[in-house]
Design a protein around this ligand. Structure first.
Ligand SMILES: NC(=O)c1ccc[n+]([C@@H]2O[C@H](COP(=O)([O-])OP(=O)(O)OC[C@H]3O[C@@H](n4cnc5c(N)ncnc54)[C@H](O)[C@@H]3O)[C@@H](O)[C@H]2O)c1
Ligand SMILES: [Fe+2]
Length: 401
Protein backbone atom coordinates (compact mmCIF):
# COMPACT_ATOMS: atom_id res chain seq x y z
CA UNK A 1 0.00 0.00 0.00
CA UNK A 2 1.20 3.54 -0.75
CA UNK A 3 -0.10 6.90 0.37
CA UNK A 4 2.19 8.96 -1.85
CA UNK A 5 3.21 9.05 -5.50
CA UNK A 6 6.12 10.52 -7.43
CA UNK A 7 6.43 12.37 -10.69
CA UNK A 8 9.83 12.44 -12.39
CA UNK A 9 10.35 14.42 -15.55
CA UNK A 10 13.05 15.27 -18.07
CA UNK A 11 14.98 18.50 -17.45
CA UNK A 12 13.41 20.58 -20.22
CA UNK A 13 10.90 20.01 -23.00
CA UNK A 14 11.03 22.34 -25.98
CA UNK A 15 7.95 21.69 -28.09
CA UNK A 16 6.68 23.06 -31.38
CA UNK A 17 7.17 23.28 -35.14
CA UNK A 18 10.65 24.55 -35.89
CA UNK A 19 11.94 23.73 -32.37
CA UNK A 20 14.85 21.67 -33.72
CA UNK A 21 16.48 24.81 -35.14
CA UNK A 22 17.15 25.86 -31.52
CA UNK A 23 19.04 22.67 -30.73
CA UNK A 24 22.54 24.13 -31.24
CA UNK A 25 21.80 27.14 -29.03
CA UNK A 26 20.27 24.99 -26.32
CA UNK A 27 23.38 22.84 -26.19
CA UNK A 28 25.70 25.85 -26.38
CA UNK A 29 23.95 27.39 -23.36
CA UNK A 30 24.82 24.27 -21.37
CA UNK A 31 28.50 24.59 -22.46
CA UNK A 32 28.56 21.07 -23.91
CA UNK A 33 31.16 21.29 -26.69
CA UNK A 34 31.55 17.75 -28.01
CA UNK A 35 28.35 16.18 -29.24
CA UNK A 36 27.92 12.51 -30.12
CA UNK A 37 24.89 12.28 -32.42
CA UNK A 38 23.16 8.89 -32.67
CA UNK A 39 21.00 8.50 -35.77
CA UNK A 40 20.45 6.17 -38.75
CA UNK A 41 20.77 6.11 -42.52
CA UNK A 42 17.03 6.64 -43.14
CA UNK A 43 17.23 9.94 -41.32
CA UNK A 44 20.37 10.81 -43.24
CA UNK A 45 18.48 10.03 -46.49
CA UNK A 46 15.49 12.10 -45.33
CA UNK A 47 17.86 15.08 -44.90
CA UNK A 48 17.07 15.34 -41.18
CA UNK A 49 20.42 14.21 -39.76
CA UNK A 50 22.36 16.59 -42.06
CA UNK A 51 20.20 19.56 -41.09
CA UNK A 52 20.58 18.87 -37.35
CA UNK A 53 24.35 18.36 -37.75
CA UNK A 54 24.60 21.72 -39.52
CA UNK A 55 22.66 23.52 -36.78
CA UNK A 56 24.97 22.03 -34.19
CA UNK A 57 28.06 23.03 -36.16
CA UNK A 58 26.73 26.59 -36.59
CA UNK A 59 26.53 26.78 -32.79
CA UNK A 60 30.27 25.93 -32.78
CA UNK A 61 29.76 22.43 -31.48
CA UNK A 62 32.14 19.65 -32.41
CA UNK A 63 29.95 16.82 -33.73
CA UNK A 64 30.64 13.12 -34.26
CA UNK A 65 27.84 11.36 -36.14
CA UNK A 66 27.01 7.69 -35.58
CA UNK A 67 24.52 6.82 -38.31
CA UNK A 68 24.47 3.07 -37.70
CA UNK A 69 21.21 3.07 -35.73
CA UNK A 70 18.75 0.29 -36.55
CA UNK A 71 15.09 -0.30 -35.79
CA UNK A 72 14.62 -2.25 -32.54
CA UNK A 73 18.39 -2.10 -31.78
CA UNK A 74 20.25 -5.13 -30.48
CA UNK A 75 22.52 -5.39 -27.46
CA UNK A 76 25.54 -5.82 -29.79
CA UNK A 77 24.72 -2.63 -31.67
CA UNK A 78 24.63 -0.74 -28.37
CA UNK A 79 28.10 -2.06 -27.53
CA UNK A 80 29.45 -0.97 -30.94
CA UNK A 81 27.93 2.50 -30.69
CA UNK A 82 29.26 2.97 -27.16
CA UNK A 83 32.79 2.03 -28.29
CA UNK A 84 32.63 4.72 -30.96
CA UNK A 85 31.33 7.24 -28.45
CA UNK A 86 33.93 6.42 -25.78
CA UNK A 87 36.74 6.97 -28.30
CA UNK A 88 35.35 10.44 -29.09
CA UNK A 89 34.94 11.51 -25.43
CA UNK A 90 31.69 13.50 -25.81
CA UNK A 91 30.17 16.03 -23.38
CA UNK A 92 26.67 15.00 -24.34
CA UNK A 93 24.79 12.41 -26.39
CA UNK A 94 22.02 13.39 -28.81
CA UNK A 95 19.51 10.71 -29.84
CA UNK A 96 17.88 11.70 -33.14
CA UNK A 97 15.22 9.38 -34.52
CA UNK A 98 12.41 7.18 -33.36
CA UNK A 99 12.45 5.27 -30.10
CA UNK A 100 15.15 3.00 -31.51
CA UNK A 101 17.81 5.71 -31.88
CA UNK A 102 16.79 7.54 -28.71
CA UNK A 103 17.04 4.31 -26.71
CA UNK A 104 20.39 3.52 -28.31
CA UNK A 105 21.61 6.98 -27.30
CA UNK A 106 20.45 6.34 -23.72
CA UNK A 107 22.37 3.06 -23.47
CA UNK A 108 25.43 4.70 -25.04
CA UNK A 109 25.27 7.39 -22.34
CA UNK A 110 25.10 4.69 -19.65
CA UNK A 111 28.01 2.68 -21.06
CA UNK A 112 30.27 5.69 -21.68
CA UNK A 113 29.64 6.89 -18.13
CA UNK A 114 29.64 3.66 -16.13
CA UNK A 115 31.37 1.10 -18.39
CA UNK A 116 30.65 -2.59 -18.81
CA UNK A 117 28.02 -4.23 -20.99
CA UNK A 118 24.33 -3.31 -21.35
CA UNK A 119 23.17 -6.47 -19.52
CA UNK A 120 24.54 -5.11 -16.25
CA UNK A 121 21.92 -2.34 -16.27
CA UNK A 122 18.82 -4.26 -17.44
CA UNK A 123 15.61 -4.09 -15.45
CA UNK A 124 14.92 -1.34 -12.91
CA UNK A 125 17.29 0.80 -10.87
CA UNK A 126 20.59 -0.79 -11.90
CA UNK A 127 22.17 2.37 -13.33
CA UNK A 128 24.34 3.49 -10.40
CA UNK A 129 24.31 7.26 -10.94
CA UNK A 130 23.83 10.16 -13.40
CA UNK A 131 24.88 9.57 -17.01
CA UNK A 132 26.33 11.91 -19.64
CA UNK A 133 23.71 14.54 -20.49
CA UNK A 134 21.15 13.20 -22.96
CA UNK A 135 19.30 15.24 -25.55
CA UNK A 136 16.49 13.42 -27.35
CA UNK A 137 14.93 14.60 -30.58
CA UNK A 138 12.08 12.34 -31.74
CA UNK A 139 11.33 11.94 -35.45
CA UNK A 140 8.36 9.62 -34.88
CA UNK A 141 5.29 10.34 -32.78
CA UNK A 142 5.10 7.27 -30.63
CA UNK A 143 7.44 5.99 -27.98
CA UNK A 144 7.76 9.03 -25.72
CA UNK A 145 11.35 7.96 -25.09
CA UNK A 146 12.30 11.66 -25.23
CA UNK A 147 10.76 12.03 -21.76
CA UNK A 148 10.80 8.49 -20.38
CA UNK A 149 13.03 6.59 -17.97
CA UNK A 150 13.19 3.59 -20.31
CA UNK A 151 15.50 2.24 -23.00
CA UNK A 152 14.59 -0.95 -24.86
CA UNK A 153 17.04 -3.25 -26.63
CA UNK A 154 16.53 -6.57 -28.41
CA UNK A 155 18.26 -9.55 -26.84
CA UNK A 156 18.62 -11.51 -30.07
CA UNK A 157 20.02 -14.66 -28.41
CA UNK A 158 17.01 -14.99 -26.09
CA UNK A 159 14.49 -13.57 -28.59
CA UNK A 160 13.06 -10.98 -26.26
CA UNK A 161 12.99 -7.21 -25.79
CA UNK A 162 14.73 -6.03 -22.65
CA UNK A 163 14.25 -2.75 -20.82
CA UNK A 164 16.67 -0.69 -18.82
CA UNK A 165 14.68 1.54 -16.47
CA UNK A 166 16.25 4.27 -14.40
CA UNK A 167 15.32 7.84 -13.49
CA UNK A 168 18.87 8.72 -14.66
CA UNK A 169 17.73 7.91 -18.24
CA UNK A 170 15.34 10.85 -18.46
CA UNK A 171 16.87 13.22 -21.01
CA UNK A 172 18.23 16.56 -19.85
CA UNK A 173 16.55 18.11 -22.89
CA UNK A 174 13.73 16.86 -25.14
CA UNK A 175 13.26 18.76 -28.37
CA UNK A 176 9.91 17.76 -29.88
CA UNK A 177 9.51 19.25 -33.34
CA UNK A 178 6.48 17.88 -35.21
CA UNK A 179 8.04 18.97 -38.53
CA UNK A 180 10.63 16.19 -38.12
CA UNK A 181 7.82 13.63 -38.40
CA UNK A 182 6.59 14.88 -41.80
CA UNK A 183 8.80 12.37 -43.64
CA UNK A 184 7.64 9.39 -41.56
CA UNK A 185 6.27 6.70 -43.90
CA UNK A 186 2.63 5.66 -43.25
CA UNK A 187 3.58 2.34 -41.64
CA UNK A 188 5.97 3.99 -39.17
CA UNK A 189 3.32 6.65 -38.42
CA UNK A 190 0.69 3.97 -37.79
CA UNK A 191 2.89 1.65 -35.69
CA UNK A 192 4.43 4.36 -33.55
CA UNK A 193 1.06 6.13 -33.19
CA UNK A 194 -0.68 3.06 -31.82
CA UNK A 195 2.26 2.55 -29.45
CA UNK A 196 1.48 6.00 -28.01
CA UNK A 197 -2.18 5.01 -27.64
CA UNK A 198 -1.13 1.80 -25.89
CA UNK A 199 1.05 3.79 -23.46
CA UNK A 200 -1.85 6.11 -22.64
CA UNK A 201 -4.42 3.31 -22.23
CA UNK A 202 -2.12 1.16 -20.09
CA UNK A 203 -1.29 4.17 -17.87
CA UNK A 204 -4.94 5.25 -17.63
CA UNK A 205 -6.22 1.80 -16.67
CA UNK A 206 -3.29 0.71 -14.45
CA UNK A 207 -3.79 -0.41 -10.89
CA UNK A 208 -4.20 2.56 -8.51
CA UNK A 209 -0.96 3.81 -6.96
CA UNK A 210 -2.48 3.19 -3.53
CA UNK A 211 -3.00 -0.47 -4.40
CA UNK A 212 0.57 -1.01 -5.58
CA UNK A 213 2.30 -3.71 -3.63
CA UNK A 214 5.25 -1.52 -2.49
CA UNK A 215 6.05 0.61 0.51
CA UNK A 216 6.01 4.41 0.47
CA UNK A 217 9.49 5.71 -0.25
CA UNK A 218 10.74 2.57 -2.01
CA UNK A 219 11.64 3.36 -5.62
CA UNK A 220 9.42 1.51 -8.10
CA UNK A 221 9.66 1.11 -11.87
CA UNK A 222 6.03 2.22 -12.21
CA UNK A 223 3.85 4.05 -9.69
CA UNK A 224 0.46 2.80 -10.89
CA UNK A 225 -2.38 5.14 -11.85
CA UNK A 226 -2.02 8.58 -10.30
CA UNK A 227 -4.18 11.68 -10.78
CA UNK A 228 -1.43 13.46 -12.74
CA UNK A 229 -0.69 10.45 -14.93
CA UNK A 230 -4.39 9.93 -15.62
CA UNK A 231 -4.80 13.57 -16.70
CA UNK A 232 -1.89 13.29 -19.14
CA UNK A 233 -3.15 9.96 -20.49
CA UNK A 234 -6.69 11.27 -21.06
CA UNK A 235 -5.43 14.11 -23.20
CA UNK A 236 -3.12 11.76 -25.12
CA UNK A 237 -5.97 9.33 -25.88
CA UNK A 238 -8.18 12.16 -27.11
CA UNK A 239 -5.43 13.52 -29.37
CA UNK A 240 -4.75 10.09 -30.87
CA UNK A 241 -8.49 9.71 -31.55
CA UNK A 242 -8.50 13.07 -33.35
CA UNK A 243 -5.26 12.85 -35.32
CA UNK A 244 -3.81 9.38 -35.91
CA UNK A 245 -5.92 8.31 -38.92
CA UNK A 246 -5.37 11.69 -40.58
CA UNK A 247 -1.59 11.55 -40.02
CA UNK A 248 -1.39 8.06 -41.57
CA UNK A 249 -3.59 8.97 -44.56
CA UNK A 250 -1.71 12.19 -45.33
CA UNK A 251 1.75 12.57 -43.83
CA UNK A 252 1.89 16.23 -44.85
CA UNK A 253 -1.12 17.10 -42.64
CA UNK A 254 0.61 19.45 -40.19
CA UNK A 255 -2.17 19.80 -37.59
CA UNK A 256 -2.38 15.97 -37.45
CA UNK A 257 1.41 15.68 -37.07
CA UNK A 258 1.37 18.30 -34.31
CA UNK A 259 -1.49 16.56 -32.52
CA UNK A 260 0.30 13.21 -32.66
CA UNK A 261 3.63 14.68 -31.51
CA UNK A 262 1.92 16.13 -28.44
CA UNK A 263 0.00 12.90 -27.85
CA UNK A 264 3.19 10.84 -27.91
CA UNK A 265 5.04 13.10 -25.47
CA UNK A 266 2.07 13.25 -23.08
CA UNK A 267 1.66 9.47 -23.29
CA UNK A 268 5.39 9.08 -22.61
CA UNK A 269 5.08 11.17 -19.45
CA UNK A 270 1.98 9.19 -18.44
CA UNK A 271 3.34 5.68 -18.94
CA UNK A 272 6.83 6.34 -17.58
CA UNK A 273 5.13 7.57 -14.46
CA UNK A 274 2.11 5.21 -14.07
CA UNK A 275 2.61 2.05 -16.10
CA UNK A 276 2.86 -0.01 -19.15
CA UNK A 277 1.40 -3.41 -18.37
CA UNK A 278 0.14 -6.59 -19.99
CA UNK A 279 0.20 -5.41 -23.61
CA UNK A 280 3.90 -4.56 -23.31
CA UNK A 281 4.68 -7.73 -21.34
CA UNK A 282 3.22 -9.83 -24.17
CA UNK A 283 4.80 -7.74 -26.91
CA UNK A 284 8.36 -8.21 -25.62
CA UNK A 285 8.55 -11.95 -26.46
CA UNK A 286 6.26 -11.60 -29.49
CA UNK A 287 8.35 -8.83 -31.06
CA UNK A 288 11.62 -10.51 -30.03
CA UNK A 289 10.67 -13.72 -31.89
CA UNK A 290 8.59 -12.48 -34.82
CA UNK A 291 10.49 -9.25 -35.59
CA UNK A 292 7.39 -7.13 -35.96
CA UNK A 293 7.80 -3.51 -34.93
CA UNK A 294 7.07 -2.72 -31.27
CA UNK A 295 4.06 -0.62 -32.26
CA UNK A 296 2.56 -3.22 -34.59
CA UNK A 297 2.88 -5.89 -31.89
CA UNK A 298 1.25 -3.64 -29.29
CA UNK A 299 -1.53 -2.60 -31.66
CA UNK A 300 -2.21 -6.23 -32.47
CA UNK A 301 -2.45 -7.22 -28.79
CA UNK A 302 -4.15 -4.12 -27.39
CA UNK A 303 -7.85 -4.98 -27.89
CA UNK A 304 -7.40 -8.52 -26.56
CA UNK A 305 -5.74 -7.26 -23.38
CA UNK A 306 -8.40 -4.54 -23.02
CA UNK A 307 -11.05 -7.26 -23.20
CA UNK A 308 -9.25 -9.18 -20.43
CA UNK A 309 -9.02 -6.03 -18.24
CA UNK A 310 -12.49 -4.69 -19.06
CA UNK A 311 -14.33 -5.58 -15.85
CA UNK A 312 -11.53 -4.31 -13.59
CA UNK A 313 -11.61 -0.80 -15.08
CA UNK A 314 -15.14 -0.50 -16.48
CA UNK A 315 -15.63 3.20 -15.82
CA UNK A 316 -12.20 4.12 -17.25
CA UNK A 317 -12.82 2.07 -20.39
CA UNK A 318 -16.16 3.82 -20.85
CA UNK A 319 -14.31 7.13 -20.69
CA UNK A 320 -11.71 5.88 -23.20
CA UNK A 321 -14.53 5.03 -25.62
CA UNK A 322 -15.81 8.60 -25.40
CA UNK A 323 -12.31 10.08 -25.72
CA UNK A 324 -11.91 8.08 -28.92
CA UNK A 325 -15.13 9.60 -30.25
CA UNK A 326 -17.68 6.85 -29.49
CA UNK A 327 -21.17 7.85 -28.40
CA UNK A 328 -21.95 5.89 -25.25
CA UNK A 329 -25.08 7.77 -24.23
CA UNK A 330 -27.81 5.38 -23.11
CA UNK A 331 -25.39 2.45 -22.88
CA UNK A 332 -24.90 0.35 -19.74
CA UNK A 333 -21.48 0.63 -18.06
CA UNK A 334 -20.67 -2.77 -19.53
CA UNK A 335 -21.58 -1.79 -23.06
CA UNK A 336 -19.77 1.56 -22.76
CA UNK A 337 -16.57 -0.24 -21.76
CA UNK A 338 -17.01 -2.65 -24.71
CA UNK A 339 -17.28 0.39 -26.96
CA UNK A 340 -13.65 1.23 -26.11
CA UNK A 341 -12.52 -2.14 -27.48
CA UNK A 342 -14.59 -1.55 -30.62
CA UNK A 343 -13.15 1.94 -31.04
CA UNK A 344 -9.58 0.61 -30.83
CA UNK A 345 -10.38 -2.21 -33.28
CA UNK A 346 -11.85 0.29 -35.73
CA UNK A 347 -8.87 2.62 -35.36
CA UNK A 348 -6.32 -0.12 -35.83
CA UNK A 349 -8.13 -1.46 -38.92
CA UNK A 350 -8.21 2.06 -40.40
CA UNK A 351 -4.42 2.40 -40.15
CA UNK A 352 -3.49 -1.13 -41.24
CA UNK A 353 -2.21 -2.69 -38.00
CA UNK A 354 -2.10 -6.51 -38.20
CA UNK A 355 -5.05 -8.12 -36.40
CA UNK A 356 -3.77 -11.60 -35.57
CA UNK A 357 -0.54 -13.25 -34.48
CA UNK A 358 -0.72 -15.65 -37.41
CA UNK A 359 -0.77 -12.65 -39.79
CA UNK A 360 2.75 -11.71 -38.67
CA UNK A 361 4.18 -15.21 -39.02
CA UNK A 362 3.52 -16.58 -35.53
CA UNK A 363 2.90 -20.30 -35.03
CA UNK A 364 0.47 -21.68 -32.45
CA UNK A 365 3.18 -23.79 -30.77
CA UNK A 366 5.10 -20.58 -29.95
CA UNK A 367 2.29 -19.23 -27.77
CA UNK A 368 3.17 -21.10 -24.53
CA UNK A 369 6.75 -19.81 -24.80
CA UNK A 370 5.48 -16.24 -25.25
CA UNK A 371 3.15 -16.65 -22.26
CA UNK A 372 5.94 -18.00 -20.02
CA UNK A 373 8.36 -15.21 -21.01
CA UNK A 374 5.72 -12.52 -20.51
CA UNK A 375 4.75 -14.00 -17.15
CA UNK A 376 8.35 -13.59 -15.99
CA UNK A 377 8.21 -9.77 -16.44
CA UNK A 378 6.76 -9.20 -12.98
CA UNK A 379 7.12 -5.42 -12.87
CA UNK A 380 4.68 -5.13 -15.81
CA UNK A 381 2.20 -7.68 -14.45
CA UNK A 382 2.25 -5.91 -11.05
CA UNK A 383 0.67 -2.75 -12.47
CA UNK A 384 -1.96 -4.46 -14.62
CA UNK A 385 -5.44 -3.75 -13.22
CA UNK A 386 -6.40 -7.43 -13.23
CA UNK A 387 -4.14 -10.14 -11.85
CA UNK A 388 -3.11 -12.49 -14.65
CA UNK A 389 -1.87 -16.08 -14.34
CA UNK A 390 0.33 -17.68 -16.96
CA UNK A 391 -2.77 -19.57 -18.16
CA UNK A 392 -4.58 -16.23 -18.57
CA UNK A 393 -1.72 -14.93 -20.72
CA UNK A 394 -1.89 -18.03 -22.89
CA UNK A 395 -5.65 -17.57 -23.30
CA UNK A 396 -5.15 -13.95 -24.38
CA UNK A 397 -2.54 -15.05 -26.93
CA UNK A 398 -4.86 -17.78 -28.23
CA UNK A 399 -7.63 -15.22 -28.68
CA UNK A 400 -5.15 -13.04 -30.57
CA UNK A 401 -3.82 -15.91 -32.66
N1 LIG B 1 12.23 4.15 -24.30
C1 LIG B 1 10.93 4.11 -24.30
O1 LIG B 1 10.32 4.73 -23.43
C2 LIG B 1 10.23 3.31 -25.34
C3 LIG B 1 8.83 3.24 -25.31
C4 LIG B 1 8.20 2.50 -26.31
C5 LIG B 1 8.96 1.87 -27.29
N2 LIG B 1 10.29 1.94 -27.28
C6 LIG B 1 11.13 1.29 -28.31
O2 LIG B 1 11.25 2.18 -29.43
C7 LIG B 1 11.45 1.42 -30.62
C8 LIG B 1 10.42 1.81 -31.67
O3 LIG B 1 10.55 3.17 -31.97
P1 LIG B 1 9.65 3.89 -33.07
O4 LIG B 1 8.29 3.31 -33.07
O5 LIG B 1 9.77 5.34 -32.85
O6 LIG B 1 10.30 3.48 -34.45
P2 LIG B 1 11.86 3.32 -34.87
O7 LIG B 1 12.70 4.25 -34.12
O8 LIG B 1 12.19 1.87 -34.78
O9 LIG B 1 11.82 3.76 -36.39
C9 LIG B 1 11.26 2.93 -37.39
C10 LIG B 1 11.87 3.27 -38.74
O10 LIG B 1 11.39 4.53 -39.17
C11 LIG B 1 12.48 5.35 -39.60
N3 LIG B 1 12.12 6.74 -39.30
C12 LIG B 1 11.95 7.29 -38.07
N4 LIG B 1 11.59 8.57 -38.19
C13 LIG B 1 11.57 8.86 -39.51
C14 LIG B 1 11.28 10.06 -40.27
N5 LIG B 1 10.90 11.19 -39.67
N6 LIG B 1 11.38 9.98 -41.59
C15 LIG B 1 11.72 8.82 -42.22
N7 LIG B 1 11.99 7.67 -41.57
C16 LIG B 1 11.91 7.70 -40.23
C17 LIG B 1 13.66 4.85 -38.80
O11 LIG B 1 14.86 5.14 -39.46
C18 LIG B 1 13.39 3.36 -38.72
O12 LIG B 1 13.90 2.70 -39.84
C19 LIG B 1 11.35 -0.04 -30.21
O13 LIG B 1 12.63 -0.59 -30.03
C20 LIG B 1 10.59 0.02 -28.90
O14 LIG B 1 10.83 -1.11 -28.08
C21 LIG B 1 10.93 2.67 -26.32
FE1 LIG C 1 5.70 1.03 -26.08
Amino acid sequence: MRNTWNFFSPGQILFGSGAAAQLGDLIARKSWKRVFLVTDRHLVAAGIAGKIGRWLAEAMRDVEVFDGGQAEPSVDLAVQAAERAAAYRPDCIVGLGGGSNMDLAKIVAVLVTHGGRPERYFSFNNVPGPVLPLVCVPTTAGTGSEVSHAAVLTDTANQIKVSTLSQFLRPAIAVVDPELTLTCPPKVTADSGIDALTHAIEAYTAVDYAQLDAKDGNPVAYEGRTPLGAALAEKAIELVGQHLVAAVKDGTNRPAREGMALAATLAGLAFSHCAVALVHALEYPLGGALHCSHGAGNGLLLPYVMQFNLKSRQEEFGRIARLLGADTSGLSADAAAEAAVNAVEKLRAAIGIPQRIRDIGGRREQLPVFAAKAFAIKRLLAVNPRKASEADLLRILEEAF
